[in-house]
Design a protein around this ligand. Structure first.
Ligand SMILES: *Cc1c(COP(=O)(O)O)cnc(C)c1O
Length: 354
């Protein structure tokens, strides 16, 4: 893939890196590449960051033809590193396949990111817990209202410096179990990282926020009985010594943090079971004291301790509303590898020298 580079004439003033928040600031450039059924992928380019012009009839606006990814770059002594970017490339293509969007070569996916970061390297924050969030995405832009698989699409990458997710330390969050709305159903798009899943989840998320909860825990869409995942995170429980995480039945997003946690936990000698976990089993485990710890896993928060679980208006406290020992150990291990403070014995980090 040959990338044409058009540099920005004036560079933006950098925001205060001590006060970044999440996804509010964007770097000086972005990557774009177009697809058509006739030409395949073409016109790979890095251009100044700015608005994108799209035809009003484009498939993305009317039929939700959109997928995305999320990963991070961490500053190192001699450049930067990313955490398992080829896993994101693979998942991107699985999402594309589900939504009838075109495939991108895994190497091109990673190279687009690398070339863009190399140009905007000075935007990678180096304060504790901060990183450069990478958002690759693809949308269909056929200029017709006819409903059919996409013939034209654009692949884009934008970058956003983000602060530590835990400005006030690793605090447990309050979660409510949603029994009305569902996020995804088996056979649907739950395993794809697509905007449509988020559109379906907004209402429950908003209702939860109004009641003071930070996220929604989803149940399966068929029986509303089995635990699926939390907001934009996968979820894990330590119940009577066993680590339980919902198995990937097609309606759960296959998180890369989830997969990495499972490997680490097994290396540490824990029994990890990917299985169906009913909400009744979970709630009784809070009542009989078997539930020791609960946490969410995802790129943004890495590991997020759960301190409250609310189901049918009843509140259940988890590990005394304090961060559990194993949750903390997992967080330290993963962030240690990601920021290069701990040895990367599994070859998970993709290092780039500047
Ligand atoms: C992205 C995402 C996750 C977490 O995936 P990671 O690869 O660990 O970041 C979990 N659930 C949903 C719905 C997601 O979109």
């Amino acid at each position: 893939m040959e990338i044409k580079i058009q540099k920005a004439k004036t560079l933006k003033e950098k925001p205060d890196f001590n006060n970044l928040g999440f996804g509010k600031y964007f770097t000086d450039h972005m990557f774009l590449m177009d697809y058509s059924a006739e030409q395949g992928w073409h016109d790979a380019r890095i251009v100044p960051f700015g608005n994108i012009s799209v035809h009003p009839a484009s498939t993305v606006f009317h039929y939700g033809a959109e997928i995305f990814e999320g990963l991070k770059a961490y500053k190192t002594a001699d450049g930067y590193q990313m955490f398992r970017p080829y896993e994101n490339a693979k998942r991107f293509n699985n999402s594309a396949e589900r939504l009838c969007l075109p495939q991108v070569s895994e190497d091109d996916f990673v190279q687009a990111i690398v070339q863009l970061i190399n140009l905007d390297y000075s935007w990678i924050p180096d304060m504790e817990g901060a990183s450069l969030y990478i958002r690759p995405f693809m949308y269909g832009n056929d200029e017709t209202l006819g409903v059919h698989a996409v013939h034209n699409a654009t692949f884009a990458v934008i970058l956003s410096p983000v602060g530590s997710y835990y400005a006030e330390g690793l605090n447990p969050v309050k979660i409510t179990i949603e029994s009305d709305d569902v996020r995804a159903v088996r056979g649907g798009t739950g395993y794809a990282k697509c905007g449509g899943n988020y559109a379906a989840s907004m209402r429950a998320g908003q209702r939860a926020a109004e009641k003071g909860f930070s996220q929604v825990l989803w149940l399966d869409g068929v029986e509303r009985k089995y635990i699926e995942e939390v907001g934009a995170m996968n979820v894990m429980f330590k119940i009577g010594g066993e680590i339980v995480t919902p198995k990937l039945t097609g309606s759960v997003l296959p998180g890369i943090t989830r997969k990495s946690c499972i490997e680490i936990l097994k290396d540490w000698g824990y029994t990890v079971n990917e299985r169906l976990l009913s909400v009744d089993e979970l709630i009784s485990s809070t009542e009989n004291g078997k539930l020791e710890e609960a946490w969410g896993t995802g790129t943004a928060a890495v590991v997020s301790p759960i301190g409250h679980l609310c189901y049918k208006d009843k509140d259940h406290i988890v590990s005394g509303n304090k961060i559990g020992e194993l949750t903390q150990r997992l967080y330290d291990e993963l962030t240690g590898i990601q920021w290069g403070r701990k040895p990367d014995t599994r070859g998970w980090c993709y290092k780039v020298k500047i």
